[in-house]
Ligand binder design. Structure first.
Ligand code: ZN
Ligand code: ZN
Length: 257
């Protein structure tokens, strides 16, 4: 009982929390994720590169050039490393659901001013995976975004197949693995609509591309993907030190109650 009332230690920096809050992370750790710095990037998926070499004359990366991107643009707040990665892992795997509010504020900050949407949609999880995890992190993140736009969260997109883990697969295998894994319920309601599709992490974008493909096939006019973080391979480029690479995620048991 006392544990749930008195401030705990910050789950990131482990300093004692000085204020009462449902969020077990201190103010300075919540403020620490830095927005992506983009210099060279793909016009569609916004994957950042260290130089312009991977981009063609239309500023497209190899993936967007060769395959259908399906989404029209993909925004992310920051790189998937350091404190942002720690916050996402705390939210997703340690199930600190109270982080949905602060994290969704980062999502809203990543959208360009003035861009409008008719439908706000979380990337769906297969029901079995959702049941295993207990919640869909994308849904918790998307709810405050939908509220900001005065819209109800849309659940028109469904995941029909329990796809095998994407890790270790190349882009072609990922696309193959995802084929037909999304269906749209009541497609007429998406016809001509501008859809904002929300997830936590942009890894290669294959899942978001597959989901956006199903939305476009149902008549969506525009699909914008929005994620908190993206895997930023610039950190692995020669001569660049990977920021936050050795910041291993503090054990989830440390603050678990
Ligand atoms: Zn802290
Ligand atoms: Zn691209």
């Amino acid at each position: 009982m006392l544990n749930s009332v008195f401030p705990d230690d910050c789950r990131l920096c482990e300093k004692p929390l000085t204020t009462f809050s449902r969020v077990p992370v201190c103010h300075s750790c919540l403020q620490s994720p830095q927005p992506l710095q983009l210099e060279y990037f793909c016009r569609i998926c916004r994957t950042p590169f260290v130089d312009s070499y991977p981009l063609d004359e239309h500023d497209l990366c190899t993936v967007c050039r060769k395959s259908q991107a399906n989404f029209d643009c993909a925004y992310s707040y920051g790189s998937y490393d350091g404190p942002l990665q720690q916050l996402i892992q705390l939210f997703k795997y340690s199930k600190v659901e109270s982080l949905a509010g602060p994290l969704s504020r980062l999502l809203l900050q990543s959208l360009p001013f003035g861009e409008n949407f008719d439908v706000i949609m979380p990337l769906p999880m297969h029901w079995r995976k959702r049941w295993e995890r207990g919640f869909n992190q994308a849904e918790l993140l998307a709810e405050p975004v939908a509220r900001r736009y005065g819209l109800k969260l849309s659940h028109h997109l469904r995941r029909t197949r329990y796809t095998q883990a994407q890790a270790g697969l190349n882009e072609k295998q990922r696309q193959e693995n995802l084929k037909g894994s999304f269906v749209v319920k009541r497609p007429a309601e998406l016809s001509g609509k501008r859809v904002l599709l929300i997830d936590d992490v942009f890894t290669t974008g294959a899942t978001l591309r597959a989901a956006a493909g199903a939305l476009k096939a149902s008549g969506a006019a525009r699909v914008t993907a929005l994620t908190l973080a993206r895997v930023d391979n610039r950190a692995f480029a020669p001569g660049r030190r990977r920021q936050g690479a050795d910041m291993s995620f503090a054990s989830t048991s440390a603050g678990a109650k």
